[in-house]
Design a protein around this ligand. Structure first.
Ligand code: HEM
Length: 152
């Protein structure tokens, strides 16, 4: 599960960056919204929701899950960098990002002009990307850092 959760990060990042570039180009070049645009946004949404489900499982039942682990004696959640990150910062940041991705995808169904679809989705996706980049446990981060890909 954790291996899949780790790898899904790359799937989301690739699809999200592609969605951002395509919606920016559609907005700036006044393009028509196509089936391919909708498909790309849909795959971005699906990958984010799969990662959300695996993340929720990790948070509750994973090796550091809320139902599996107890905080070390005398440790306060918000004072412990490791648990604050994995129990609060990472889930909160990612859930907000996934809500934004869902709102971005929702623009494909809104009865508004194509330029508005592209423009709004662009901003939703861009803010989601910033949040994801800020709350991934990158290997260079102290204490909470995790591998780029499983095992490396
Ligand atoms: C875009 C969404 C997300 C991305 C890109 C992402 C990315 C990651 C990455 C790269 C790791 C490290 C994996 C490893 O150690 O190899 C991780 C760990 C973890 N994630 Fe996420 N995550 C996302 C969403 C979530 C959500 C929504 C939750 C909880 C509701 C969550 C909970 C966790 C937990 C608890 C761990 C630590 C698991 C453990 O070490 O046992 N993640 N995540």
């Amino acid at each position: 599960m954790l291996v899949l959760h780790n790898l899904m990060r790359w799937v989301i990042l690739i699809l999200l960056i592609a969605s951002i570039l395509k919606s920016f180009s559609g907005w700036q070049n006044k393009k028509a919204f196509t089936k391919e645009d909708r498909k790309l946004w849909l795959f971005t949404l699906i990958s984010a929701h799969i990662t959300l489900l695996i993340g929720l499982y990790q948070l509750l039942f994973g090796r550091f899950g809320i139902f599996i682990t107890t905080l070390p004696e005398g440790t306060k959640l918000m004072k412990d960098k490791f648990f604050r990150f994995y129990w609060v910062e990472h889930p909160t940041g990612m859930i907000v990002a996934i809500i934004l991705i869902t709102l971005g995808y929702g623009m494909s169904k809104k009865m508004v002009g194509d330029q508005k679809k592209f423009k709004k989705a662009f901003w939703f996706f861009l803010i989601a990307l910033v949040l994801i980049l800020a709350t991934v446990p990158w290997p260079f981060r102290q204490i909470i850092g995790r591998p780029w890909v499983p095992g490396i």
